[in-house]
Write a protein of this length. Structure first.
Length: 197
């Protein structure tokens, strides 16, 4: 009598496979996730600017034009936050989202322009190239959002790339203004004292 051999079946690792209709996320859902993350990052950076304001409020108010630059920093960081929140909402169409971008971009552009123009009078105490760099940085950060809104309203997919560029520029310009409020303020305060003497 021969030996009976028992063949054990190999153990299979069973992976859960999502249903076919949910295995690929739609582009709209992906965009909503990206914009939600954008809102979170912008909210954190806006909070840091508020901390800088609370730490250096007395010095900020004592230097002409710096309070406006603080407002500019907040507006630049609030734009990506508001766009992220708008994009996280259920959208009826890409055109509707483009209209929201266009509206937010134009409001922010107008507000930043008014702050920059008001800062021109007080900028005479500072170097001219600082003011020019500030204007180019602030206005240049908001313009891509306006362009993105126009492109998306006309249903041009390139608008999403402009929106991404606008977000990056707004965050960079807002962080640069935050740097002035936290660190550069010491140099500005010293130069204001020297001019008064």
């Amino acid at each position: 009598m021969g030996k009976e051999t028992h063949i054990q079946s190999p153990r299979h690792v069973v992976a859960r496979v999502p249903p076919a209709n949910t295995s690929r996320r739609s582009g709209v859902q992906f965009l909503a996730d990206v914009l939600s993350t954008q809102a979170e990052v912008s909210a954190a950076l806006t909070g840091l600017v508020f901390v800088a304001l609370s730490i250096n409020l007395k010095q900020i108010l004592s230097i002409p034009g710096l309070a406006g630059q603080a407002g500019e920093a907040l507006l630049l960081l609030l734009l990506p936050l508001l766009i992220g929140l708008a994009g996280a909402l259920p959208q009826t169409s890409i055109r509707a989202f483009g209209g929201e971008l266009l509206g937010l971009g134009l409001i922010d552009f107008t507000a930043v322009s008014l702050i920059v123009l008001a800062g021109y009078r007080t900028s005479r105490a500072r170097r001219r190239n600082e003011y020019v760099a500030r204007v180019l940085m602030a206005e240049g950060a908001v313009v891509p959002t306006v362009i993105a809104g126009i492109l998306l309203v006309t249903q041009h997919s390139g608008g999403l790339w402009w929106q991404a560029a606008g977000t990056a520029l707004c965050i960079a310009a807002g962080v640069a203004d935050g740097w002035v409020l936290l660190v550069e303020i010491l140099r500005l305060q010293l130069s204001c004292r020297l001019q008064r003497t």
